[in-house]
Design a protein around this ligand. Structure first.
Ligand SMILES: [Zn+2]
Length: 209
């Protein structure tokens, strides 16, 4: 598995470029901004982007999606329950003081249990509402990697005070779904450093006890 993780945009969203070494098919997750850097990474590894996955409809995760789609032809997938977030991207741009990215159109909804493929790489979609109603995590069981979006961070969890946020739902998603994964699963959060399920079980103040 080729996996490049780098922060994009003013809020430093972790963008993932995940590629299969044999078929050279690739998935980009959360292209929030800096599309030229994303494309440089894709080109450097000789990859072809076949899908653009968005963990949730916040501008720092989805801001570069349409540009990336235009340049690669790859479809954009995000859970349909985050359509309200996509309708208010201009307002979100105002919150963080950046130019509005223009409308985002979804090619398909990411649904719980959906299988994602790039060559020999396989991932499963986990619908984990709470940070937003349409928040998802992308789990690669063979590689034991979870792309967690803003549901889980090293030492913290996603905020639930923005429109569509729900504290009870994020706790339910975390306890019933995310923390049920094996302890040695590596977690790539939407922002900040990587962690593991086991580390968070032991030390995350929202999850211990
Ligand atoms: Zn977010």
């Amino acid at each position: 598995m080729i996996h490049e993780i780098f922060p994009v945009g003013p809020l430093q969203c972790n963008c993932s470029v995940i590629g299969d070494e044999t078929s050279h098919e690739a998935i980009v997750i959360d292209p929030g901004a800096d599309v030229s850097r994303i494309l440089d990474t894709v080109t450097r590894h000789g990859l072809k982007v076949t899908q653009v996955l968005i963990t949730h409809g916040h501008i720092d995760h989805v801001g570069g999606a349409m540009k990336l789609k235009q340049l690669t032809g790859a479809p954009i997938l995000i859970n349909k329950n985050d359509s309200p977030q996509l309708q208010m991207l201009d307002m979100q741009a105002g919150w963080i003081g950046i130019a509005p990215p223009g409308p985002v159109t979804i090619d398909a909804s990411l649904e719980d249990g959906d299988a994602i493929k790039a060559g020999a790489l396989h991932a499963t979609v986990m619908h984990t509402p709470g940070h937003t109603e349409g928040s998802t995590c992308i789990y690669f069981p063979a590689e034991k990697k979870l792309i967690a979006g803003d549901t889980l961070f090293a030492g913290s969890i996603g905020r639930t005070d923005l429109p569509g946020g729900d504290f009870e739902k994020i706790m339910q998603s975390l306890h019933q779904r995310v923390m049920a994964l094996p302890e040695d699963v590596i977690v790539i959060p939407g922002h900040g450093p990587a962690t593991t399920i086991g580390e968070e079980k032991e030390t995350n103040p929202f999850l211990v006890g």
